[in-house]
Ligand binder design. Structure first.
Ligand code: C2E
Ligand code: CA
Ligand code: CA
Length: 589
């Protein structure tokens, strides 16, 4: 026989241990430990807002606290001496309780959601933690159950809040009320000079769960998530359901920024515990974005927008993650980050391919070479045109490895064609300004030529007019070095940039490429026609050859041929195409 006092003492000391464990689990904070050390467990038992239930080893109820009475409606006299099964709602199958007992014996605890029934017959969803109490001889002497007071969901919430302001499934207020509450909270926080936080939460994989396990399971999951979220916040804080799998939490009057992070961590940790859905154990992850008032905005719209940006960032960084808003996260910066990240990956994974557009000599109608134009074959988005990623590659410096890749590929391909078809085609490669200022540019070029065994005279580098503007001395020096290697140089998009007639004299230029904006109108715009003629005349007077870009019509080609333009390039002959296709159409004859 175990003495009753001994059991009481035992229970008290177990309570200490269990309460602190639960606290650790639920709040990940240990501050209450210190209180326990001051032997306040009895006080706590009586005053905690969590319901506590103590049973013997066969689940006969020995003791309950006042909060238990508040939650369930049962007082001491109603339940002491009865089996804990009086609380059963009938909503769970027997196997649920069997698994609960097994888990208790095996792991020494059980935590999860349970549908219980109040004294008045109402059903409610409850987050419950149960721990065994062991006697001196290590035998199980009883059990302690903790009912989290914050997470009670009435079964009839559907009837209670069946309107646009409350979500019928979870009973939570909706987006309409979020805006109202934020408005109210902001002016309150402004007046009281308090800090407020908005957390936006997005459940990952929710759609898959709905699709694979059915809507009933999805609904149950959302209800359980709701109870778990409630366990993470204080009574004053508000939780909202914004959409299918989106929630929001307003934390009012927080002492410091870290408090919002602490709640976010708590949510992530409690929601990473398994969910029991229709006999299946399911895991979910959550992405959380946090924005604060005052630092991240002073009106509802901005606070919301910034929390959204932070949440997107959290999603991007990986699952089960929270992020504070940072100014760099505004949508444009965010898109750029995403792209930059993707660009790096694309380089690593060889997603860039070089297309070739033929250059045609007007006098003979022969293909004499090609221009290398890069494309990004994105695994999901398909073929991306250079206009969408070259500017970012330039901004981030990724143009250096990318440009080198294009140069090497183009030289190698041209050399292969030369050997295979005994044809010395030229190859034009675009150089961006950033590449041009690269220290070891000439070394990289000579290495590409050497490795591919391509004659330097077949390589033509295309630069733009703006290049010489920034640093004319360095530009001239580099151009002279390139020229000395036997490589040809052309000015791209001629006529669109700074008027650079003087550069034509100053720099060692071999070719001018007339921009396609002039070419497209030559046959019906006399001004454009005059400009094109002037450029051709000027170039020829300086011993420079001319290529017209963007030739789409036969009339344009005829006009250019008639006025002694040497070469053309454009859709009339071909779009830029992959190497294999180029070979088939222009070399395999
Ligand atoms: P770009 O150097 O002026 O290249 C010519 C552009 O005109 C190509 O666009 C080509 O597809 C297009 N084009 C050619 N013929 C016609 C035509 O008849 N009609 C029309 N409407 N367009 C024509 P793409 O390939 O989209 O390239 C755009 C720009 O991206 C290039 O302009 C070049 O500045 C840049 N780029 C492409 N590849 C590279 C590269 O490897 N490195 C660098 N730095 N820039 C590149
Ligand atoms: Ca070009
Ligand atoms: Ca061009």
């Amino acid at each position: 026989m175990i003495d009753e006092h001994e059991i009481k003492a035992k229970i008290q000391s177990e309570l200490d241990r269990i309460r602190s464990q639960t606290q650790r689990i639920v709040e990940k904070q240990l501050t209450l430990d210190e209180i326990f050390k001051l032997h306040l467990s009895q006080l706590l038992f009586e005053n905690t807002s969590d319901g506590i239930l103590i049973t013997d080893s066969s689940f006969t109820i020995l003791k309950v606290n006042a909060s238990f009475t508040t939650i369930t409606g049962y007082n001491q006299e109603d339940v002491v001496g009865k089996n804990a099964s009086v609380l059963k709602s009938g909503k769970h199958e027997d196997v649920f309780y069997q698994e609960l007992s097994e888990s208790l014996i095996k792991t020494g605890k059980w935590c999860g959601e349970v549908w219980n029934r109040r004294k008045n017959g109402e059903m409610y969803l409850q987050y419950l933690s149960i721990f065994p109490i062991t006697a001196e001889n290590s035998q199980i002497a009883g059990y302690a159950g903790f009912y989290n007071s914050a997470i009670v969901l009435n079964d009839d919430c559907t009837q209670l809040h069946n309107n646009a302001y409350h979500d019928t499934l979870t009973g939570l207020p909706t987006r309409v009320l979020l805006n109202e509450r934020l408005e109210h909270q902001l002016s309150h926080s402004k007046r009281k000079k308090q800090v407020m936080a908005l957390l936006l939460l997005d459940l990952n994989r929710f759609k898959t769960i709905n699709d694979t396990l059915g809507y009933a399971a999805g609904d149950l999951l959302l209800q359980i998530v709701t109870t778990r979220l409630k366990s993470c916040v204080r009574e004053v804080d508000a939780i909202f359901r914004l959409g299918d799998d989106e929630f929001a939490i307003i934390l009012e009057d927080i002492a410091q920024q870290q408090d919002a992070a602490r709640v976010a961590k708590r949510v992530l940790s409690i929601c990473s515990l398994p969910f029991q859905l229709i006999g299946q154990e399911i895991y979910i992850t959550i992405s959380i974005g946090i924005s604060l008032f005052p630092p991240d905005g002073d009106n509802v719209e901005t606070i919301l927008k910034n929390a959204e940006a932070a949440m997107q960032r959290a999603k991007e960084l990986g699952i089960n993650n929270y992020q504070h808003y940072k100014p760099a996260m505004n949508v444009k910066a965010f898109e750029q980050l995403t792209l930059e990240h993707n660009l790096r990956k694309a380089l690593r994974e060889n997603e860039f391919i070089v297309y070739y557009q033929p250059l045609i000599e007007l006098a003979t109608g022969q293909v004499t070479g090609s221009e290398a134009l890069v494309r990004w074959k994105h695994p999901e988005l398909g073929m991306i045109q250079p206009g969408r990623f070259i500017p970012l590659a330039e901004e981030t410096g990724l143009i250096l490895p990318l440009g080198e890749h294009v140069l090497r590929t183009a030289c190698e391909q041209t050399r292969i064609w030369q050997q295979k078809y005994c044809k010395s085609l030229s190859i034009s490669v675009n150089l961006s300004a950033r590449q041009f200022l690269q220290q070891d540019l000439t070394f990289l070029i000579s290495k590409a030529l050497e490795d591919s065994s391509l004659q330097p005279s077949l390589l033509e580098l295309e630069i733009t007019e703006s290049l010489g503007m920034k640093n004319p001395e360095l530009t001239l020096k580099t151009l002279n070095e390139i020229k000395a290697m036997g490589i040809r140089i052309s000015i791209d998009d001629f006529g669109t940039g700074y008027s650079s007639l003087s550069y034509l004299k100053k720099f060692p230029i071999d070719t001018i490429k007339i921009d396609r904006s002039f070419v497209s109108d030559i046959h019906h715009d006399s001004n454009d026609a005059a400009i094109v003629l002037a450029i051709i005349a000027l170039a020829h007077s300086l011993g420079i050859k001319v290529i017209a870009e963007g030739v789409e019509l036969k009339e344009q080609a005829d006009y250019l041929k008639h006025h002694d333009c040497e070469k053309v390039q454009g859709f009339l002959y071909s779009q830029p195409i992959p190497a294999q296709e180029f070979e088939k159409r222009f070399l395999d004859i």
